[in-house]
Design a protein around this ligand. Sequence first.
Ligand code: MF3
Ligand code: CO
Ligand code: CO
Length: 267
Amino acid sequence: MRYSLNPISLPHTMIIIKTESEIEKMRVAGRLAAEVLEMIESHVVAGITTNELDLICHNYMVDVQNVIPAPLNYKGFPKSICTSVNQQVCHGIPNEKKLKNGDIINIDITVIKDGYHGDTSKMFGVGEVSAHAKRLIKVTEESMYLGIQQVKAGARLGDIGHAIQKHAEAHRYSVVREFCGHGIGKKFHEEPQVLHYGKAGTGEVLDAGMILTIEPMINLGKKEIKVLPDGWVAVTKDRSLSAQFEHTVLVTATGYEILTLRQEEMQ
Ligand code: MF3
Ligand code: CO
Ligand code: CO
């Protein structure tokens, strides 16, 4: 989501603590969102258009999973998934352009099941991908995991941002500032805003039962982005490649539970 400063600097935000029955519904929504990413993998090949990927995902969500694709008509977004290719940072709108060998693409899936949202994204490489693109993807996923590993009751939001920023910048990449992770539940975007940079030991204290997304956008070049005239698609200003991964994560007393884990991530 787009990062916004509070008009009035509030002392603290209202972060919803989910009940056990809400958490169970969030587990279902999270699993379904993850399954869309698993389903689409074999279709991400040279020659397919992002509109075709959108249609395959839309039909799977609506006809097979009986879920609502959350992006469709969300604040005017025209499609059911986000597809962000190469220098696109996030909120890529599916279109008629074909993917080609060497492209990298983020597919971001958000479903609504039984009133609750599951939100997750991952990177795919099309055909043979350059070594520098592969490295960016790997470090971005590692950054997301290092952020997730900070999560437990008593930790602070700044711990997450700091872990992500430290790893990305150690590889001389940059962290996008304009978009952030978010609380999630009955609403797509709830409090708090989860920045992907910052200072350890600062920010809101996490508590068991909170559910957040962690979704760093990491650029190979400079951190600056611009939003295209369509009002949605964010691209890197210097046209360098950008990567993103996203999970929906439950805060527990001793750590975290990733609600959008895919088979490939389970040992
Ligand atoms: N899924 C995105 C997120 O992670 C939000 C997409 S908003 C949309 O927060 F309208 F572009 F779908
Ligand atoms: Co999100
Ligand atoms: Co998302």
